[in-house]
Write a protein that binds this ligand. Structure first.
Ligand code: NAD
Ligand code: GLY
Length: 385
């Protein structure tokens, strides 16, 4: 490959000009995640090399377009890749069947061939809807992820889950569709609001909590510096997170064996909190995951899977970076029956039974099925006292 690269094991903070590369090993569907400071400017050259496309359709949102679209189109033009762009409104409401159909029709109206690439430039909303459209048009166009939020860089752009929301719930329509490459330009985080940055950070902490105690310890020391924009620390945290997700996805791409479900630590609680707050600006996904991980740790402690120290460390760390860690910090009052009903309807629930990813201590997680609803009720009630 023509682009300068080195595998993330060899990451050296002093060699900033090169990219850090994490490989996602999925046989014929394998791909690289390229992380660096000049990735947007080099996208055209990288795509010519890897995807070999002559045409591209960029999908982005209005916030991101005004900041980064020109950099991307300039880079594609320099590599003689013709492109058009489709700009969607920012926000979760964009992940709808209506917008998906509009996008699919727009792509079809441009008479794409099987080599026309669809590029998602934006956060998880754009990555999810653009990936879904790419998987549908002509039964699959080459798809490229350029995530611009921290959450999308460490989670949603990796692993091939695409989709939109329907009246039956969040992410209820979609496909597994892997990108050809993920391009992470960390300088895009310079314009990301702090709250969105912290929301993505919760997912970074999650990787340490489910599988890598040393990474979590490293985060305990370095989180505030990396969140203040230290490029080397940020690159390392993003690369380590992507590598952790890549390993899990490689083992269980379609979430069949249960390994991939470990990525949902804190998410059973989080999805219920998001459903109650309407998936709106009151509680961002990562913020809900932060509170959810503390509740999952409390539940693990109650089931004697871990000691009190684990819950305390999780709470103290998330709180030290500025994330909310308790239900009360989000809202004074919660309808506990409603929260439990949401959990029983979670995509991961089976026949209404409550399943959780719980912790056996920092760096170790497991799936526990059929958890007693009354115990979950107790944990939420105690959290509200
Ligand atoms: P988002 O895409 O809504 O982006 C958050 C906000 O930041 C938006 O207003 C956006 O316009 C703005 N923004 C994006 N990049 C910016 C930048 N560089 N500078 C300034 N503003 C910028 O939200 P998100 O948190 O990135 O993603 C959430 C979505 O991801 C949810 O729909 C969730 O379901 C999905 N998700 C998917 C997966 C998956 O595996 N596919 C995993 C986790 C989450
Ligand atoms: N964000 C969970 C997953 O990708 O499986």
């Amino acid at each position: 490959m023509g682009y300068a690269m080195k595998r993330n094991e060899g990451f050296s903070p002093t060699e900033k000009k090169e990219h850090t590369v994490v490989h996602v090993p999925l046989g014929a569907m394998s791909y690289d995640i390229i992380i660096g400071e000049r990735v947007l400017a080099e996208t055209g050259a990288i795509l010519s090399d890897v995807v070999k496309c002559k045409r591209a359709i960029i999908v982005t949102d209005d916030n991101v377009a005004s900041r980064y679209l020109h950099r991307l189109t300039g880079s594609l033009a320099a590599a003689e890749i013709r492109c058009t762009s489709f700009i969607l409104p920012s926000g979760e409401a964009t992940k709808s069947t209506d917008q998906l159909l509009k996008l699919v029709h727009n792509i079809l109206s441009q008479e794409p061939d099987r080599h026309t690439a669809v590029i998602a430039l934006g956060g998880g909303v754009i990555g999810d809807i653009a990936g879904c459209a790419a998987s549908l048009v002509l039964r699959g166009l080459p798809f490229v992820q350029i995530p611009t939020t921290l959450l999308a860089q460490v989670d949603s752009s990796v692993g091939g889950k695409t989709g939109v929301n329907t009246s039956y719930g969040k992410n209820t329509m979609g496909s597994f569709y892997q990108p050809k490459i993920v391009l992470i330009d960390i300088t895009t985080l310079e314009t990301l609001p702090k709250r969105e940055l912290l929301s993505g950070y919760a997912e970074i902490a999650k990787y340490g909590l489910i599988a890598d105690a040393m990474f979590f310890e490293w985060l305990e020391v370095n989180a505030n510096a990396l969140l203040s924009g230290n490029v080397d620390l940020l690159t390392r945290a993003i690369a380590t997170s992507c590598k952790a997700k890549a390993e899990i996805v490689a083992e269980d791409e379609r979430e069949i064996s249960g390994k991939r479900a470990l990525l949902n630590f804190g998410h059973t609680f989080a999805h219920a909190l998001e459903a109650e707050t309407g998936y709106g600006p009151d509680l961002l996904h990562g913020e809900a995951v932060g509170v959810g991980m503390v509740l999952a740790a409390a539940l693990s402690e109650r089931l004697r899977l871990c000691g009190q120290r684990t819950t305390t460390r999780i709470r103290e760390h998330l709180s030290s970076v500025g994330l909310r860690t308790s239900l009360r910090e989000v809202r004074e009052m919660w309808n506990i029956n409603q929260l439990i009903a949401h959990m029983a309807h979670d995509k991961k629930a089976e026949h209404g039974a409550l399943n959780f990813v719980l912790t056996r201590g920092i760096g170790s997680a497991e799936i526990v099925k059929n958890v007693d609803k009354e115990l979950v009720r107790d944990i939420i009630t105690e959290a509200l006292q």
